[in-house]
Design a protein around this ligand. Structure first.
Ligand code: GRF
Length: 219
């Protein structure tokens, strides 16, 4: 049996991705345990979900720190004290500084609601719609020094429909986020990922679909 990977989940918002990870840990399909849920937002929905699940929580309000470095130092110390092995950013609305990244080399992952490298940053579902893209999706990636720039682990694609709204598209993407974030964590827990330059190579991957996705579909 694989030793359970100790996760530190960082979240600023409602925490539906956190919930998906909690659920997969509970049903045993994820070889991981959540050592700590940390938020920078007092009262965040993610903290409530964590408390409901009986998990350890911690709130460090970034506004109480003079600068990003001191906030990051406090977060890193809290994660180390909790014995965290993998840092999971799940809607954590703070940029991670260099010292933080260096404290967990290739051990910080993020989920982003767009098909990177298209649409990094904020309000990305709206940007994909306004751009007129036919596909959107989500990306789990390692965190490096940049914003949404690290090596890509898993992506899921959803079509953009002609009558889509930002909210409808975000909801369709979120369903897939809840599937691929646990998947990526499990690949790391099983030690199946290695980096070749920017490429993440997966040991013994299941066969990938070779058919192209076309939107709108061919008649
Ligand atoms: C998700 O869309 C995630 O991709 C982005 O922030 C949102 C967090 O949602 N990074 P939730 O708090 O997990 O519901």
């Amino acid at each position: 049996m694989i030793k359970k990977l100790r996760l530190g989940v960082l979240a600023s918002g409602g925490g539906t991705n956190l919930q998906a990870i909690i659920d997969r840990c509970t049903d045993g399909s994820l070889s991981a345990e959540i050592a700590l849920v940390l938020s920078n937002v007092p009262g965040a929905g993610a903290l409530v979900r964590a408390e409901t699940a009986g998990l350890a929580t911690c709130c460090l309000d970034h506004r109480s720190y003079p600068d990003r470095e001191s906030f990051d130092r406090a977060v890193v110390k809290t994660l180390h004290d909790a014995g965290v092995e993998l840092v999971v950013l799940a809607g954590f609305m703070r940029i991670i500084g260099e010292a933080f990244v260096a404290a967990f080399p290739q051990r910080i992952i993020n989920i982003h609601p767009a098909l990177l490298p298209a649409f990094p940053g904020l309000h990305v579902q709206r940007k994909a719609l306004e751009y007129g893209a036919r596909f959107a999706g989500c990306t789990v990636h390692f965190v490096d020094g940049g914003v949404d720039t690290g090596p890509i682990i898993v992506q899921a694609v959803v079509p953009i429909l002609d009558d889509d709204t930002e909210a409808a598209l975000a909801a369709r993407i979120l369903v897939q986020e809840h599937r691929i974030y646990p998947q990526a964590i499990q690949l790391i827990a099983e030690g199946r990922l290695r980096l070749e330059g920017r490429r993440v190579i997966i040991d013994s991957p299941p066969p990938s679909p070779v058919a192209a996705l076309i939107n709108p579909p061919l008649p």
